[in-house]
Design a binder for this molecule. Structure first.
Ligand code: GLY
Length: 371
């Protein structure tokens, strides 16, 4: 592994972030770019935390005040958002508040950031459904059309473990553990590909059927969903030392790795293995973080890490954004929702974040992520 390649790639991402700070002053990048340029939006989408998380990583790496100030300025908007319930009726509290406010608390000890993150954890916990034992991802609670969990939610659980750790109240962890157990029961198919979402019977709580929202079809494998499985299992294993997780993780990860094309950037759905369909480079970046976390926890051998480095090197070589005035993202060729017609072959904020997190993990092995 040539660390210099990764150091240069991280520093390039950091320069892009610094050079475009003004683009997002008083706001946030939208979830996906338009022609590789993010419009500015308010703190009202599930992706806001990825931007603050990038700022925190850049601050940790460089110790530059400009990143610290930008991140801290944003923390206020997270409190306003949860207090005024601005687009928070969904499960993405970990993505939003973990990478912003939990990170602020861990790095600076800021008590108000801690309080804000705890409000978000309360909100997430309130979506736990006794019937079915899961956290309902989206929409009005207890309605047939919304009565489902989604694989992405595995990454929203760490904020619940953290909330128990800082408050001593076991109810957050209990809710996360139950959701994790239910997810593992329904979301993996026999070949360890994954459903994106899984519905439950509203009356009985019994598992009903798997379905997709952002994938190609209900029975295909949305590549970012599979990547959420790779990283999500490991982030949960960090907090829940269940011995059955590592073997399951290996199978889910093997499925992901076996479905990558030659240049290592996943197609947006594994129904496609070649051809002109768009890529989702973010899926590859997320999976790299999952593998590096597994290695950190002693769960996988070196061959997985070598595969992760290889993917990351391909991303740095072929998918990293150029430094110029027009492009204000970091990782090119991600796809938000192909069939929804949203963010196709663009920079996506989660792609930028996980690419930078993966690089940070390699460049500074002692660094611990904010999850
Ligand atoms: N968690 C939503 C997505 O991956 O697009």
């Amino acid at each position: 592994m040539n660390k210099d390649i990764f150091t240069r790639a991280f520093e390039k991402g950091m320069r892009i972030t610094e050079n475009h700070l003004e683009d997002f002053k008083g706001g946030f990048p939208s979830p996906a770019s338009v022609n590789n340029r993010y419009p500015k939006i308010e703190n009202n989408d599930w992706t806001a935390g990825f931007y603050t998380g990038i700022l925190w990583m850049c601050y940790e790496y460089s110790k530059k005040k400009v990143f610290y100030d930008a991140a801290m300025e944003q923390i206020k908007s997270y409190r306003y958002r949860i207090d005024h319930r601005i687009v928070v009726d969904h499960h993405d509290m970990g993505f939003i508040y973990g990478l912003s406010c939990v990170a602020a608390y861990k790095l600076t000890g800021d008590e108000s950031a801690k309080e804000t993150a705890l409000l978000a954890a309360d909100n997430l916990k309130s979506r736990f459904r006794e019937k079915g034992q899961f956290i309902q991802a989206w929409g009005e609670l207890d309605t047939t059309e919304n009565y489902r969990l989604i694989i992405d939610c595995l990454l929203n659980l760490p904020i619940l473990y953290w909330a128990t750790d800082v408050t001593g109240d076991p109810s957050y962890r209990s809710c996360a553990e139950k959701h994790l157990k239910t997810t593992r029961k329904v979301i993996f198919r026999p070949d360890y590909s994954t459903y994106h979402t899984y519905y439950f019977n509203l009356e009985t709580g019994q598992p009903a059927y798997g379905a997709t929202k952002q994938g190609y079809s209900n029975e295909s494998t949305w590549s970012r969903g599979q990547a959420w499985g790779v990283y999500g299992l490991m982030l949960n294993y960090l907090y829940v030392k269940d011995d059955t997780i590592p073997e399951e993780w290996r199978k889910v990860t093997d499925y992901f790795l076996a479905h990558l094309p030659e240049d290592k950037a996943a197609y947006w759905d594994f129904h496609f293995m070649d051809g002109k369909e768009p890529r989702d480079s973010s899926a590859s970046a997320i999976a790299v973080c999952g593998i590096l976390e597994a290695y950190h926890q002693g769960v996988c051998d070196k061959k997985y890490v070598e595969e992760a480095w290889d993917i990351l090197e391909h991303l740095a070589d072929l998918y990293a954004a150029p430094e110029n005035d027009e492009v204000n993202g970091i990782l090119l060729h991600s796809t938000y929702g192909r069939l929804l017609g949203d963010g196709i072959d663009e920079c996506c904020l989660f792609g930028d974040y996980f690419y930078m997190e993966a690089l940070m993990r390699v460049v500074k092995p002692e660094w611990r992520p904010y999850w």
